[in-house]
Design a protein around this ligand. Structure first.
Ligand SMILES: N[C@@H](CCC[C@H](N)C(=O)O)C(=O)O
Length: 260
């Protein structure tokens, strides 16, 4: 038996998407790990599963899995890919809540990523801390975009060397995505993200949202900010009502069939 999948990418952050609304699929760990494997499988930074929604107002339920099999509450780039795949500005049901989508004035897909959570319990952190300056060397700021993020504002250069230990620091009981940022101007940020369960990726949508939120809280950035990552640029707006809007490219690469 085979199952149909879509390969998609947003800023080079790439995904295998399976729509389980019209074909039976159980997200077993060994299947996810082999689908994500770049040598033995299709290869991707995250696996994305579409299911029938079970909340009023949602058009589709979306679940995100890292290549190590861990499930993530949010994935910005994959969310935009789902919007591009389905069309008609769907409302996404995710672990982070219902996320409306939109197309911006240039026809670029976007997602309302909801409001960041700023309390230490929400990130989550292992103990009470000021999330604006965590008690770690370099004093990153932390927030949750539905998944845990910490952002350093001391440059992007050593993301690959500092990321692995920080992802697993005991301050983060669920591990964390670690952003390394360089403020270029109040409306422009350079960013690299070491992703929990995936490592260094060309771009991280939820990481870009978190970095802008954390940069605004630190007084470094305006609420409307472009975020330049190795794979390209996202436009992020942290609206006064608390919601974070993210817009940027998302592309269908190919589709295929996977034996299960
Ligand atoms: N690439 C994503 C984030 C994917 C999930 C993350 N690694 C986690 O475990 O929280 C994005 O674009 O947001």
């Amino acid at each position: 038996m085979t199952i149909r999948f879509h390969k998609m990418q947003g800023l080079g952050n790439d995904f295998v998407v399976i729509d389980a609304r019209n074909q039976a699929f159980s997200p077993l760990l060994n299947i996810i790990v082999s689908l994500c494997d770049r040598r033995l499988g299709v290869g991707c930074d995250q696996f994305v599963l579409l299911e029938a929604p079970d909340r009023p107002g949602a058009d589709v339920k979306v679940r995100f899995f890292n290549p190590d099999g861990s499930e993530a509450g949010a994935c910005g780039n994959a969310s935009r890919c789902v919007v591009a795949l389905l069309g008609s500005a769907p409302v996404l049901q995710t672990a982070a809540g219902l996320l409306p989508s939109f197309e911006n004035a240039h026809g670029v897909p976007g997602v309302d990523m909801g409001a960041p959570r700023l309390e230490w319990q929400d990130v989550p952190l292992a103990r009470p801390c000021d999330t604006l300056r965590l008690p770690l060397a370099g004093e990153p700021a932390a927030c949750s975009m539905g998944n845990p993020h910490a952002t350093f504002f001391d440059g992007i250069g050593d993301a690959a060397t500092r990321g692995p230990a920080l992802e697993r620091d005991s301050l983060f009981p669920e591990r964390a995505n670690i952003g390394f940022a360089q403020v270029m101007a109040r409306g422009a940020l350079r960013l690299r993200v070491w992703e929990r369960g995936a490592g260094l990726t060309p771009a991280c949508g939820s990481g870009a949202c978190a970095a802008v939120v954390n940069g605004v809280r630190r007084g470094l950035l305006d609420r409307s900010c472009r975020v330049d990552m190795d794979g390209g640029t996202l436009d992020i707006v942290w609206r006064e009502d608390g919601h974070v809007l993210m817009a940027g490219p998302a592309t269908h690469v190919f589709e295929g069939f996977w034996p299960v």
